[in-house]
Ligand binder design. Structure first.
Ligand SMILES: [Ca+2]
Length: 328
């Protein structure tokens, strides 16, 4: 966890580019390089695991434009595909945990986006500048994968934590050949996104179904929170109120920040745990706000309870529209 370093400022690195065929206009208009952090779009690594190669060290790296590698990979185009993106800092702890859980419940293509060299702490502004570039690169990769392999788009979902949640939104926006059926945003990052237009952050227009888990939403200085607290998707879950999580504020709310974004990380912990734990493991009640929930105003499932996490979201849920859900 490196979110404690969010306020540090640095310039963006120069983005180099070698794949002319896929060159995007964004890549030609990047700021001057930072003297402290460098990186190129080739430093983004797309790592594929399937049930045929499920373990650490067995990943296959996909490179945009390298069809031979893609077609000889273990990718099964008929299986569901889960793209998982980390936030500010390094890769890939929760992503690998999610991989392991997914293989417990079925056959998946798990594609981990490792952009750690372009999101390295403490250069938050560098990560911010790189975010849309990596998103666009990833969108191109997904379209290319669909084109080359016939990957089943209807079973494709993108999941991101913190800055990775916003990247998932950007990916959804950048896709031109199909629309993402599902995005999951895990405590989308707050700093620099509080006042952003929906086109500059994750929002409900980025996919057919956008689900958010808020675990540390609020103001950076008012709540010592690093996530966005407002409603962003079709379904927004606020476990334990969505601001601070149990066990993360021993010594005061500020400790949540000082120990490295404890509550912020719970969003991916909950999501990972939800994968192989069938409903109602995270049964959540619809409620207008946390105070009402705590006062016992939302104890029934009259309007329909939903299990937070991987199994949330069905056609019937979508038909009900914009809901907030508060976990136990
Ligand atoms: Ca958006």
């Amino acid at each position: 966890m490196v979110e404690v370093l969010l306020s540090v400022v640095a310039a963006a690195p120069e983005i180099h580019h070698q794949h002319q065929h896929y060159q995007h206009h964004h890549l030609q208009h990047v700021p001057h390089p930072s003297s402290r952090s460098t990186g190129s779009i080739e430093d983004v690594h797309f790592l594929l695991w399937t049930k045929s190669n499920p373990l650490d060290g067995q990943e296959q790296e996909l490179v945009l434009g390298d069809s031979a590698t893609l077609l000889s990979s273990s990718l099964n185009p008929a299986d569901p595909t889960v793209v998982i993106i980390h936030g500010f800092g390094g890769c890939c702890s929760f992503q690998l945990s999610a991989r392991d859980e997914l293989f417990k419940i079925g056959s998946y293509n798990v594609l981990v986006v490792n952009w750690s060299k372009l999101s390295a702490a403490p250069w938050y502004n560098t990560a911010l500048a790189n975010l849309p570039l990596v998103a666009n690169w990833t969108a191109q990769l997904l379209e290319w994968m669909v084109e080359e392999t016939g990957l089943d788009v209807s079973q494709l979902q993108v999941v991101g934590h913190s800055l990775g949640a916003h990247m998932a939104g950007f990916i959804g926006q950048d896709l031109t050949k199909f629309r993402l059926p599902r995005i999951t945003g895990l405590d989308p990052a707050g700093p620099s996104f509080y006042e952003k237009d929906p086109s500059q952050r994750i929002d409900e227009t980025d996919a057919e179904f956008v689900m958010i888990i808020h675990t540390n939403g609020g103001g950076l200085f008012s709540d010592f929170s690093v996530g966005l607290g407002g409603r962003l998707g079709h379904l927004d879950f606020y476990p334990n109120g969505g601001v601070h999580q149990p066990g993360c504020t021993v010594g005061g709310d500020i400790m949540d920040l000082l120990v490295g974004g404890c509550s912020h990380g719970r969003s991916h912990s909950f999501w990972v745990e939800s994968i192989a734990n069938p409903p109602p493991a995270f049964l959540s009640h619809p409620c207008q706000d946390w105070d009402t929930y705590q006062a016992g105003g939302c104890t029934s499932c009259g309007q329909g309870c939903i299990d937070m996490g991987f199994h949330a979201g069905t056609r019937s849920v979508l038909m009900r529209g914009k809901n907030r859900f508060w976990d136990h």
